[in-house]
Design a protein around this ligand. Structure first.
Ligand code: CMC
Length: 431
């Protein structure tokens, strides 16, 4: 017997049994609920999608109350400890961890698509010297669409795979170009003998040395940070990726849109804002005053709170541990003391306890990035690089899902009823 939700419409006395499947109802089943035969029918109203599932997915599982995050069933803690970013990217996209042969082919494919078209340099040079790197990244990812018109063949499995290699391979190169443009340094090509994160560090920080040797601790830390940021189910940017992709646009422009969504300070841009906030607070003794301002509603405690997590973000826990390893190489970032004090006070304070506000992934990551030598406005790119694999995994799942169609939400129209056009000389007469 199917489980059902029984609804009585008090307007008509009508009774309806709506099937329940996987703990959800299909809101299209509400459309039969009408007062008059020619009514449109009942809809759900859910601004910001707080309680609406837009897809069925098998990629990432989050239990926000318990603070659990799993990619394809594997706990994030185990992946952070035992896997590598490229292996995790494979897992997200293919559903299983790769065999050795699959892994070699995957890593080879990505490593051999890290170079950018030489025109990209001219493109980069066109940006103003102080352009925000995320603006440069968003635009350059979109420009990949113009270099690779074959990316429009979204139904072709081989073409999709090639775009995945290109996208995952080129994200670090684009981010590094944006950084070097910002700094006024010459662009550096990828080094295929290095790991994914090692080659990225090379493209960022190589100066006059013939061969750049990444510090193994920092290289590993960056790889783990990439794992932690790789996917997070249907967040704002992923929904944009799926939304743009649903019109059958190519994956490069869809990724550019997703990266634009990530750029915002309430999403991936929060890591940059956390650093600005910590600098503004300045010292540990100013933390109580700052918390008062947060409680008064004057400012947000950036890096705290989450739509889904109502418990400690499991990624933030791991990042706190990585911070200690990084600081052994770079020296301790003084801002950590302010962050720890903010966390200590916030976790004891009723305002935060009642609202279940805990540190999220962005709270400690910026402190690490700063210690590693990244300028503050480069932080969000470090989120975008690994999230590309999650976006592309979600995009492919959508393309292959026969239930998915072009995304097109409904609205509740509350505007004027029909009225006649008013000539300019009579406008404003009724106030
Ligand atoms: N500081 C102070 N108060 C907060 C915060 C915060 N960071 N976050 C939520 N609240 C309060 C909020 O004012 C509201 O209070 P009240 O019930 O009195 O009106 C209550 O907590 C519930 O918050 P909400 O705004 O309804 O929650 P939301 O699910 O719409 O927003 C959020 C989630 C992440 C946008 C929000 O917590 C926030 O703005 N955090 C700061 C920005 C941030 O760190 N973003 C990164 C999120 S994690 C990584 C990512 O997604 O990229």
């Amino acid at each position: 017997m199917t489980d059902t939700l029984s609804i009585t419409d008090s307007r008509t006395g009508g009774q309806y049994d709506i099937p329940i499947s996987d703990g959800t109802i299909n809101t299209m089943d509400l459309r039969q609920i009408k007062v008059l035969d020619d009514d449109f029918g009942m809809m759900g109203y859910d601004p910001a999608f707080k309680n609406t599932a837009s897809c069925q997915s098998r990629i990432t599982f989050i239990d926000g109350d318990k603070g659990i995050l799993r990619y394809r069933g594997y706990p994030i803690e185990q992946l952070a400890e035992k896997s590598s970013y490229l292996e995790v990217a494979y897992l997200l996209i293919h559903g299983e961890l790769p065999t050795r042969a699959q892994s070699e082919e995957w890593v080879h494919g990505i490593t051999h698509h890290t170079m950018l078209h030489e025109n990209t340099k001219k493109f980069m040079d066109g940006f103003h010297h102080d352009a925000h790197p995320m603006g440069m990244l968003v635009s350059t990812v979109a420009a990949l669409s113009t270099f690779y018109p074959d990316s429009k063949a979204i139904q072709d499995e081989d073409a999709r795979r090639l775009q995945m290699y290109r996208l995952i391979g080129k994200m670090p190169s684009i981010a590094a170009y944006a950084y070097r443009r910002r700094m006024g340094f010459p662009y550096v090509y990828p080094d295929n003998e290095l790991s994914y994160s090692g080659s990225f560090l090379n493209m960022l920080f190589k100066m006059t040395e013939l061969k750049y040797k990444p510090n193994p601790v920092l290289e590993k830390a960056l790889d783990v940070l990439f794992i932690l940021h790789a996917d997070h189910e249907q967040n704002c940017s992923t929904s944009v990726m799926r939304g743009i992709g649903s019109s059958q646009a190519d994956p490069f422009v869809a990724t550019a849109g997703a990266a634009a969504a990530l750029y915002g300070p309430l999403h991936g841009g929060a890591n940059e804002q956390v650093l600005r906030m910590l600098n503004e607070i300045g010292s540990k003794d100013k933390v109580p005053d700052f918390i008062q301002r947060v409680k008064a509603g004057d400012v947000l405690l950036m890096g705290f709170g989450h739509r889904v997590y109502k418990n400690y973000d499991p990624r933030a826990k791991i990042i706190k541990e990585i911070a200690e390893q990084v600081f052994e190489v770079t020296g301790r970032n003084e801002l950590l003391d302010i962050a720890l004090e903010l966390e200590r006070i916030a976790l004891e304070d009723d305002y935060f306890v009642d609202r279940k506000l805990y540190p999220n992934v962005d709270f400690y990551s910026g402190i690490i990035y700063q210690a590693m030598g990244f300028p503050t406005d480069a932080f969000t790119m470090l989120f975008a690089i690994p999230r590309a694999s999650g976006w592309i995994a979600q995009w492919q799942e959508m393309i292959l899902d026969p239930e998915q169609k072009i995304a097109r939400p409904r609205q509740v129209y509350l505007g004027h009823d029909k009225r006649d056009f008013v000539p300019e000389d009579r406008r404003g007469e009724d106030g």
